[in-house]
Ligand binder design. Structure first.
Ligand SMILES: Cc1cc2nc3c(=O)[nH]c(=O)nc-3n(C[C@H](O)[C@H](O)[C@H](O)COP(=O)(O)O)c2cc1C
Length: 185
């Protein structure tokens, strides 16, 4: 039997893309990092991502002003750090130092990449028109680096209430993707 769920809790069903961290660099050069669950792919090529960062986040002004960030994709081994990073502000402390995250230079943006993450997506802001209404930045992915050497690749997904699930079994259904062959390589 279906049970009613409050409509404002839609995020509890749909938020569960991989939880990510977003790095930025402020005008004075200070790097920062926050956790983000509200993101979505918008376009294949060039790759566009919608990213919701609230004005209450210290990262918001850095992204708004300098228009660059890195989306760092963590795996399950970093789960506790990811939560902690999203529960304090770079306005008060250096989160990289506090949580032992190692920065490495990005190539296409000034915001740092994170060594401990599986992948780093270097992004620039290409559209701020939805920021005032929805806090949503449209990002274009300029470069991606993936750490192919790491054995742990399970991404983590936020269920919206402090609970997470990790990637499990992979289902290979590529032979059924008859209309989308070009996406299969
Ligand atoms: C699991 C999780 C998911 C989050 N998702 C988002 C999000 O999508 N957008 C957002 O603005 N804040 C999100 N936050 C909150 C920010 O990460 C949090 O406000 C952080 O302290 C901001 O850091 P800053 O002030 O250094 O920028 C999330 C926090 C957690 C723990």
């Amino acid at each position: 039997m279906f049970k009613e769920m409050a409509s404002e809790k839609a995020y509890r069903l749909l938020e569960s893309g991989p939880i990510v961290m977003v790095t930025t660099r402020a005008r004075d050069g200070t790097p920062n990092v926050m956790t983000m669950g509200f993101h979505m792919m918008m376009q294949h090529e060039p790759a566009l991502i919608g990213a919701v960062l609230g004005p209450w986040d210290h990262s918001f002004s850095a992204l708004r002003e300098l228009g660059e960030c890195v989306i760092a994709v963590p795996t399950i081994d970093l789960a506790q750090t990811v939560v902690d990073v999203g529960n304090c502000s770079g306005a008060q402390l250096d989160k990289f130092e506090k949580f032992g995250l190692t920065t490495m230079p990005s190539r296409r943006v000034d915001a740092p990449s994170i060594m401990e993450c599986f992948a780093n997506l270097e992004c620039t802001v290409v559209d701020q028109s939805m920021v005032s209404r929805y806090n949503m930045f449209v990002l274009e992915v300029k470069r991606i680096v993936v750490d192919e050497s790491r054995p742990e690749r399970r991404l983590i997904h936020h269920q919206g209430d402090g609970r997470f699930v990790a990637d499990g079994e992979t289902l290979d259904l590529r032979e059924r993707m008859v209309h989308w062959r070009y996406l299969m390589d």
